[in-house]
Design a protein around this ligand. Structure first.
Ligand SMILES: Cc1cc2nc3c(=O)[nH]c(=O)nc-3n(C[C@H](O)[C@H](O)[C@H](O)COP(=O)(O)OP(=O)(O)OC[C@H]3O[C@@H](n4cnc5c(N)ncnc54)[C@H](O)[C@@H]3O)c2cc1C
Length: 384
């Protein structure tokens, strides 16, 4: 049996510095907890993401000391949805949102975490072990560094080597999606987020800072693999939607080549795994068509930080109760949204079903904002 290192000064170690990890680091540091965040990549860096964030999290980001509009975020309040053949429906967004690149947002959060005293290490975590007797964790990193601590947050995103080493059940299931994203220059309304369908997937289009347009799509891998590369796939499949054809024809890429991620899965995950408290996509991922994965990652950081603070202050008496409190709050807040996201996803990429749905919605257009609300929450107000 391994023995633990002594003397780590960090009360909480967070693995992964995307939105969920950084929000936990800021919230806990702001409330006096000594935090170490371990992130495998350096900041700033681009990520595959549609980069439209629901206003649901705006008051919470402001509580954390961040106003995205100070950094060029774009106000978005209209939504457009189209079928593969280009049949389109438009509506105002019930709550609205904003567009900001992950390149900018993650870097802003990272700098805020540092300014509040959080430590950040650039390393890749390879293993996490919980020692029952000592009631503590040991963390191993690729560099050979080892850490020990009382509380570990898993905020390492949708899929990681750690899911394999933790033997998480979703990792054995199907991960049939591919995500592709790039920034473009061209004409596109600043206040609009569009979701256009193509065979086997959908593509989001909206503006971010610097007048750049984010074009990001999720494609069924079995459709994609029939084509030899991204360019051919875009020519042969994506631009069959006349709306997407117009956008691609009138925009010029800013990136040398698009970013891609594969093996995206939406299978359910456990909120707690071997005492590791999961946050963001590590705890569960909503279909990107709902445009609320980032909102959920940020919101889950709030729920988890509050449970940890109550535990550290003695209001929650044991680790087990802290875990149960967080898991309950997570399920109460997100399980209905995940279910709605799964349901809506079954309409996408299937033009007959979606076309039928859109025809019905043109007769009762007031229903669309109501449907969008099923995957979003109310604005988050926070006392501490
Ligand atoms: C195609 C697509 C489009 C999307 N569009 C939108 C959208 O428009 N709006 C929206 O709200 N959501 C969208 N989402 C969802 C959104 O991107 C995610 O929900 C969000 O990024 C989750 O944040 P996170 O912090 O949980 O994970 P991430 O942002 O993925 O961060 C995880 C971090 O952990 C690090 N990491 C991983 N393994 C290790 C390790 N072993 N050691 C150390 N570090 C590690 C990674 O480097 C990464 O920085 C989209 C998702 C996809 C796939």
């Amino acid at each position: 049996m391994n023995t633990l290192l002594n003397g780590s000064s960090h009360q909480v170690i967070i693995i992964g510095g995307g939105l969920a990890g950084l929000v936990n680091a800021i919230h806990l540091s702001k409330n006096g907890i000594r935090v170490l965040l371990i992130e495998k990549n350096e900041y700033p860096r681009h990520k595959v993401c549609g980069e439209y964030i629901s206003n649901e999290v705006l008051p919470y980001l402001q509580y954390l000391g961040i106003d995205p509009f100070d950094f060029g975020a774009v106000d978005i309040n209209r939504f457009e949805l189209s079928t593969i053949k280009g049949k389109t429906i438009k509506t105002d967004l019930p709550l609205g949102g904003f567009g900001i690149s992950r390149y900018a947002l993650d870097d802003i959060l990272y700098k805020r975490a540092i300014s509040l005293g959080a430590s950040v290490a650039c390393d890749s975590v390879t293993n996490i072990t919980f020692f029952d007797k000592e009631d503590r964790f040991k963390i191993n990193c690729k560099s050979g560094t080892e850490y020990e601590t009382e509380i570990v947050i898993g905020a390492y995103g949708k899929r990681s080597n750690l899911d394999v080493s933790l033997n998480r059940s979703f990792i054995k299931g199907k991960s049939p999606y591919l995500g592709v994203k790039a920034h473009y220059k061209g004409a596109f309304p600043s206040d609009l987020v569009a979701l256009h369908n193509f065979e086997g997937g959908y593509c989001g289009v909206s503006k971010v800072e610097n007048d750049h347009i984010n074009i990001c799509y999720l494609a069924d891998y079995s459709t994609f693999k029939k084509f030899k590369d991204i360019q051919t796939f875009e020519e042969e499949v994506i631009t069959k939607n006349p709306n997407l054809k117009e956008i691609f024809n009138n925009c010029t890429p800013v990136f040398d080549k698009p970013l891609t991620i594969s093996q995206v899965s939406f299978l359910p995950k456990a909120t707690i795994e071997n005492h590791i408290l999961m946050s963001g996509d590590s705890a569960g991922m909503i279909h990107p068509l709902c445009g609320n994965g980032m909102g959920m990652a940020i919101h889950s950081g709030l729920l988890l930080s509050q449970s940890i603070l109550e535990f550290k202050e003695g209001k929650i008496k044991s680790r087990e109760i802290m875990e149960a409190t967080y898991a309950k709050a997570w399920n109460k807040t997100f399980s209905k949204r995940l279910f709605a996201g799964k349901l809506f996803n079954s309409f996408f990429g299937r033009d007959k079903v979606l076309g039928f749905g859109l025809n019905a919605l043109t007769l009762v257009p007031f229903l669309l904002p109501h449907i969008i609300k099923q995957t979003h929450g109310d604005p988050l107000t926070v006392e501490r």
